[in-house]
Design a protein around this ligand. Structure first.
Ligand SMILES: [Zn+2]
Length: 274
């Protein structure tokens, strides 16, 4: 599932290809992809010029010159692909955006949990109602904020980090990698961290995500995540714990374990994390 680092990689690649280009048309083949509102809202976009590409957590925000925002949420298996006009459609292509003098932008999603929708107009503070439930974007999180967010929480640290209303953008892979970098067990109570540990956690959130962005995200064995051009990321080769149960820790040599965490699980090194 694409997380912050993968979505940010897409965002950075979208800008030079599409910003400043006019949208000529939209074709919708998969109605479930646009289930949130009436199709007319999307069909009002053609003719507009793309002004900016933003991101909050795992949501991509395509901002048009009129102020409208097209939100793209990839969820489990969504992909955005820049394709030569007229190239054969991949199976599970649910929407195509046609731009003037730019590749077709295609939304491909085998599991169909992903979606595209036009947000209601932002209010004076620039808030988009549909993503107002999200916490701050993880890549800019501060220790002070985390300290308040974790205080008194008895849930496991990893569960809180996955809670998008606390921190937006972190999923399974980076939650485990961040806990390892911070030398904290993912199954410890989130509210049990001392101030120095919260500091370390905040720094690890930023440093792991920045490193992952610099490697263009993680593509796992399923090959599901690819960038706009269909290429894999390479951060998976630097994972310290995620998906490495039974293998030696790259720092201390102890075996990486998979911990049960309610209905979820977490990878960790109990030699390095406490
Ligand atoms: Zn270790």
């Amino acid at each position: 599932m694409p997380e912050l680092a993968e979505v940010e990689t897409l965002r950075r690649d979208l800008i030079p290809l599409y910003v400043g280009h006019r949208l000529d048309g939209i074709a919708i083949m998969g109605p479930r992809t646009v289930r949130r509102h009436r199709p007319e809202m999307l069909q009002a976009l053609p003719g507009e010029v793309l002004g900016r590409v933003g991101r909050h957590g795992k949501y991509l925000l395509l901002g048009w010159e009129s102020g409208r925002i097209l939100v793209v949420h990839l969820r489990m298996s969504g992909q955005l692909l820049a394709s030569a006009p007229g190239a054969p459609l991949a199976s599970h292509t649910h929407a195509v955006l046609y731009f003037e003098d730019a590749p077709e932008l295609r939304f491909v999603d085998p599991r169909t949990f992903g979606e595209l929708f036009v947000a209601s107009p932002p209010d004076g503070a620039g808030t988009v109602a549909e993503i107002d439930h999200l916490g701050p974007d993880a890549v800019v999180v501060e220790a002070k904020y985390l300290e308040r967010a974790l205080a008194g929480r008895r849930a496991p640290l990893k569960s809180i980090m996955l809670d998008q209303s606390v921190l937006a953008g972190i999923g399974n892979i980076y939650a485990d990698e961040i806990c390892f970098a911070a030398r904290l067990r993912p199954d410890r109570a989130a509210g049990s961290l001392r101030a120095t540990q919260v500091d370390r956690l905040a720094r690890s959130v930023r440093s792991v995500l920045e490193a992952a962005i610099s490697k263009r995200g993680s593509t796992l064995g399923d090959g599901q995540y690819v960038d706009l051009r269909g290429r894999s990321g390479s951060y998976q080769t630097q994972h310290m714990v995620y998906g490495r149960a039974g293998q030696p820790c790259r720092v201390c040599g102890q075996e990486v374990v998979k911990l049960a965490l309610g209905a979820r699980s977490a990878f960790a090194c109990l030699g390095c994390q406490s």
